[in-house]
Ligand binder design. Structure first.
Ligand code: ZN
Ligand code: ZN
Ligand code: FE
Length: 743
């Protein structure tokens, strides 16, 4: 029988997910010779044997590929048979250009969990158990190829038992780079029993996990939650909750089939659900949405499992689990920095597996049966967004808040994990470190920088120091382009974009945010927008929605009746001053922002006059909307909120319920959106982007209304509609304007 030899090369997520063991076992089963190894582009294989078995090998190689892998390219070529008689795994090869993809962190697999919960297993109750199918990846990889010496596990020498697993091709831990056990691996600074006891006793614990520290306490006990809120000075923003399993999740929230799937998915994100009101209100004051997640690492599973020594009838069922940081700063992930958490927590619990890349928990929400990411971080980053066109090596700097950056290479856009708000120094250090790391990992040398047009963004000052060509991209054009790019629309695609957003710098130097853009990647035409009103008090209006309510009433020519909540908030002495301010346009730049319109209505309904975080008033407005209300208000032509305010004031005076008024307002915005699309679409598909589309009541209404009119509607499935996805859009726009790169 004549033997043939073939050289195969695979690219994609093929390292750190058990690919080499898979190849090795397959070759052994089929009695083929050759070798397999990792290089910086992926996995290389040479395989030798009779044609028929080579054929089966190639087929099963793909068909039975490990669950966490993703093959983006497979190349096959012939070479001369060598007749070496056996199959082996080679040491990694380093090549100059890194192409291999780094796997995101994976949740704990079923088999590892079984071991951790089995009293006779050597990994019983060991919080750092993992195998080739599961465990941390991106957070501990220092460079590729993915080998133990290139991870933060390099400093742990494997014990003989672990080494045996690591070297045995038949073992689940064959070449599992973070392999560890209680004898040789990382340790927790405090015993698990003690951690659980402290949580049961009502303490707040700063606990180091996979991507950083969390602040953790019993979600059923209001006292530690109140204490945590006091200490953080964060009184309103909802906390995420981790629950033991799906059964427990169902007790706390209403969960549709698609939502159960999301909770259980390998990224184990926080899923925003409709709460049942079972948990104390301190967990998520004023909002109906409850963010739940399932445990993603053995450590977290163990917090919920019964202690081996004692019977605990009152064991933990749900834990508040919020990123440990100081307001607006990035997540704390080093032992050194964790000292800053001392004022927030009753106890600090560390472990000694270093975190190379910190990652917050990701947040998703189900919209029309598909996941919409609101924060793309642990479990997703740094998996690239695949595009339908080639990108030059560029770096996009995103927005000021909810910052992420994006590096481009060929048809892949590497969007960073969520970094935080870039208006403080800590986040800047974090940004630079994350950028350096991702550039080094993928060896991308950006030749230009894409940034927002906003003259005041701090990223602009940073960009100007880099000595690279700069390209400015309008904020809302970038929002729409981010959606076009993630949906793999080609270079000549055009859409009608509804960019419904908080605030973004417009090309006419006013503040935009309620824009209808007819656009492609390379250009946009602003065809309609919300009739601008003054942003009364400038930036202050974002934190004080009562200002927006007064501005909208004034713009609509409606009197400031003292019984209206925002008027009462301002007080009789300040009203004349504000009146003059509006008339003269002092510190009152015009804005077409839809986010601020939601704020204004929330304030008018008496929900919030002052907010702690940007979307707070709008979220409260969404939460109270009575979905059974069929009536709607109506915007004036082309997109004037005046008539809506006039109707709301009438209904308020008539004593109508604010739940119904809220729903009529949501319907009015959706109705205006549909009308504007009919007027301006020219047969194009409709693209929905911008932070306002995090509002599910509005999104549902808009999509329903547009689809009923026969429109093709696009919405976000891979990157957030908020500013967290902006960098991708900047990159996509810049890639189509290369001729215009200016210094
Ligand atoms: Zn596992
Ligand atoms: Zn060991
Ligand atoms: Fe935005």
């Amino acid at each position: 029988m004549v033997n043939r030899r073939q050289r195969l090369h695979l690219e994609g997520i093929v390292q750190g997910v058990g690919f080499r063991p898979h190849v090795f076992r397959l070759a052994q089963q089929l009695n083929l010779s050759g070798f397999v190894g990792n290089d910086s582009r992926g996995v290389f294989i040479e395989i030798e044997g009779p044609e028929q078995r080579l054929h089966i090998f190639r087929e099963l190689l793909v068909k039975r590929a490990p669950a966490a892998s993703f093959i983006s390219a497979l190349r096959v070529s012939e070479c001369r048979p060598r007749g070496e008689g056996e199959f082996s795994i080679l040491a990694s090869r380093r090549q100059s250009r890194a192409q291999a993809l780094v796997s995101p962190d994976l949740d704990c697999c079923r088999r590892c969990l079984d071991e951790v919960l089995n009293p006779s297993d050597r990994r019983f109750r060991y919080p750092f158990t993992n195998c080739t199918n599961c465990g941390p990846r991106y957070t501990l990889i220092r460079q590729i190829p993915y080998d133990r010496e290139h991870t933060t596990m390099a400093e742990f020498a494997m014990c003989p038992a672990c080494l045996k697993e690591y070297e045995d091709p038949g073992d689940r831990r064959f070449h599992a780079q973070p392999n560890a056990c209680p004898q040789c691996g990382p340790r927790l600074s405090t015993g698990l029993d003690e951690v659980v006891a402290s949580l049961l006793a009502g303490e707040v614990i700063a606990l180091k996990g996979v991507g950083g520290y969390h602040l953790v306490c019993d979600a059923f006990n209001p006292l530690p939650i109140q204490r945590l809120r006091q200490r953080k000075g964060r009184f309103a923003k909802p906390f995420a909750v981790m629950v033991k399993d799906l059964e427990q999740a169902r007790r706390l929230a209403y969960i549709a089939a698609g939502e159960a799937e999301l909770l259980n998915s390998r990224a184990k994100p926080i899923v925003l659900l409709r709460g049942r009101g079972v948990l104390p209100p301190e967990v998520a004051p004023e909002v109906e949405a409850l963010g739940l997640m399932l445990p993603h690492s053995p450590l977290h599973h163990l917090l919920f499992s019964e202690s081996s020594s004692q019977d605990r009838p009152d064991k933990l069922r749900a834990l508040v689990m919020t990123s440990a940081n100081l307001s607006g700063e990035p997540i704390v992930y080093t032992r050194e920095a964790s000292r800053r958490l001392e004022p927030l927590a009753d106890k600090l619990v560390h472990h000694d597996r270093p975190i190379e890349t910190p990652c917050d928990d990701s947040v998703v929400r189900l919209l029309r049966g598909v996941a919409m990411p609101l924060r793309r971080s642990r479990g997703f980053a740094p998996f690239p967004v695949q595009l339908a066109f080639d990108l030059p090596p560029l770096l996009a700097l995103g927005a000021q808040l909810k910052s992420t950056f994006c590096l481009g290479r060929a048809r892949q856009a590497f969007l960073s994990q969520h970094l935080g708000d870039l208006d403080n120094l800590e986040t800047w250090n974090h940004f630079e470190r994350a950028l350096h790391h991702l550039r080094k990992l993928y060896r991308i040398e950006p030749r230009g920088l894409c940034l927002d047009m906003h003259p005041g963004y701090l990223s602009r000052h940073w960009a100007e120091r880099q000595g690279l060509p700069l390209l400015q991209v309008q904020h809302h054009h970038a929002h729409i382009a981010s959606l076009m790019a993630e949906q793999q629309l080609g270079s000549d695609a055009r859409v009608l974009g509804l960019a419904f957003d908080g605030t973004g710098y417009g090309s006419d130097a006013t503040v935009w945010g309620g824009e209808v853009l007819r656009c492609g990647y390379g250009e946009y035409e602003r065809v309609a927008w919300l009739k601008p009103v003054p942003l009364l008090g400038g930036e202050a209006a974002v934190r004080q929605p009562w200002r927006m309510a007064l501005a909208h009433l004034w713009a609509a020519g409606l009197p400031w009746h003292p019984r209206l909540a925002p008027v009462a908030q301002a007080g009789p002495e300040t009203l004349p001053i504000l009146q003059r301010q509006l008339e003269r346009g002092l510190n009152a730049p015009l804005t077409s922002s839809l986010g601020r319109l939601f704020d204004a209505v929330a304030a008018l309904l008496g929900l919030h006059q002052v907010v702690e975080y940007e979307a707070q008033a709008a979220m409260a407005l969404e939460s109270i909307a009575d979905r059974s209300e069929p009536k709607s208000y109506h915007f004036g032509q082309p997109f004037d909120a005046g008539p809506v305010f006039s109707s709301i004031v009438d209904d308020l005076c008539a004593g109508d319920s604010i739940a119904r008024i809220s729903m009529r307002f949501h319907r009015a915005v959706a109705g205006a959106a549909v009308r504007l699309c009919r007027q301006h679409s020219e047969g194009l598909a409709i693209a929905l982007s911008g932070g306002v589309f995090q509002n599910m009541v509005l999104s549902e209404l808009v999509i329903e209304g547009l689809q009923a009119c026969g429109f093709k509607v696009l919405w976000h499935r891979q990157v957030p509609p908020n500013d967290g996805g902006l960098a991708l859009g900047q990159l996509a726009v810049a890639a189509h304007q290369r001729g215009e790169l200016c210094v």
